[in-house]
Write a protein that binds this ligand. Structure first.
Ligand SMILES: [Zn+2]
Length: 375
């Protein structure tokens, strides 16, 4: 990770660069702020900069140290983050057991929340912790001299998750640091950190991002100008929130496309088309299917209201409304209750791992009959 890969935060980047230039790299620093402001990517970019052999205003990205940093495999870079037991790792889980997934989520998303991480490693119903057992591993890792750099760097993500014992052990290390060691702590809720640790770190507060910086970063992704503008507006300076709102609108668009296709095929009495449609839905994953069914229910409800000309209480998006002005004629007193019921019974069936192909085929044929009945 280089500074150029971190969204915004220009002043902070300059400040961090100057600490290295002036030889004032403090041995324990705490990056503080919502994950969407970029604490983790910033700590990674800083660590890479400290270790780079050919740095300018940013790390070079191409020296032997940077090449290892790009892959997050530098021997002097260490990580600690909250974990818990999984189906595979049943006893005394530590960060090292999850290192390949940790690299993967950083490469894939760069910005992610604590909950994203737990879902990524499949412990979403549990709280991750940094255990005393982990603290012992930290001691071992830091007992060696740096292999290739001037410093060993230990990034501790979410020190809030240290328990009392592990926090005390880490505290000892911060109080009497091993030579040539830099601790970069990345926290979201500083008031949940042991005060004795907090008071011994140099604090770096991450500010909310500027809207322009978020727009700039989103432009590299595949979205329209309007979508980017809306997402950055809704983000409140938080990059993760901006991404989440784009994902929501993407999923809504997909649902609308699938629903319109479903209704067109039903109206045309296109049985083969409906079979293909059902197969496409069946192959799309349970969460996607549930999202679609919930969306379809809402569309039936809203179109019925529109048909009754009670437009004031219609909650449709712009694209949805445009289409619904014509389509709503097909949702009426005769079929609305039954359409709603047919969609509604599919949701628990999908949740309980029913055969999606059978469920969607059955749904398609029933809905077709209901749509085609005399209006
Ligand atoms: Zn370099």
């Amino acid at each position: 990770m280089q500074f150029k890969d971190v969204v915004g935060q220009k002043e902070l980047k300059e400040k961090l660069v100057s600490t290295v230039r002036d030889g004032r790299v403090s041995h324990a620093q705490l990056f503080e702020g919502s994950m969407g402001y970029g604490g983790l990517p910033m700590a990674l970019a800083y660590a890479q900069f400290i270790s780079c052999r050919n740095r300018g205003d940013d790390s070079c990205g191409t020296c032997p140290s940077c090449i290892k940093y790009n892959k997050l495999i530098h021997p002097d870079l260490h990580f600690v983050f909250p974990v818990n037991t999984t189906k595979k790792i049943k006893d005394k889980p530590v960060s090292n057991d999850f290192l390949s997934q940790w690299r993967e989520i950083i490469f894939e998303r760069k910005y992610f929340t604590e909950q994203d991480w737990y879902e990524f490693i499949g412990i979403e119903n549990k709280q991750g912790i940094i255990s005393a057992y982990e603290a012992d591993k930290i001691l071992t890792k830091l007992s060696f001299k740096p292999f290739e750099s001037d410093y060993k760097i230990m990034i501790v993500w979410l020190p809030e998750r240290l328990n009392q014992t592990s926090a005390n052990r880490l505290l000892k290390l911060i109080e009497e640091p091993p030579e040539h060691t830099v601790f970069l702590l990345v926290a979201e809720n500083a008031n949940r950190i042991l005060p004795t640790i907090y008071s011994r770190t140099q604090r770096i507060r991450l500010q909310t991002l500027k809207e322009d910086d978020i727009v700039e970063a989103l432009k590299k992704l595949n979205f329209t100008e309007q979508e980017i503008f809306t997402a950055s507006r809704l983000s409140e300076g938080n990059y993760i929130r901006a991404i989440q709102s784009l994902q929501v609108s993407e999923s809504a668009k997909l649902n609308l496309d699938n629903f319109m296709q479903f209704m067109r095929l039903s109206y045309k009495n296109d049985i083969l088309g409906l079979m293909d449609w059902a197969e496409m839905m069946a192959s799309s994953g349970r969460e996607r299917q549930k999202s679609f069914l919930g969306f379809a229910e809402r569309m039936v409800r809203e179109n019925f209201i529109l048909n009754k000309k009670i437009e004031d209480i219609v909650y449709l998006g712009f694209d949805e409304l445009e289409w619904a002005r014509k389509f709503s004629a097909f949702i009426n007193d005769r079929n609305v209750a039954e359409l709603y019921k047919q969609l509604n019974i599919c949701i628990p069936q999908i949740s309980q791992n029913g055969n999606a192909k059978i469920i969607f085929t059955d749904l398609a044929l029933k809905v077709k009959e209901l749509i085609r009945g005399k209006n």
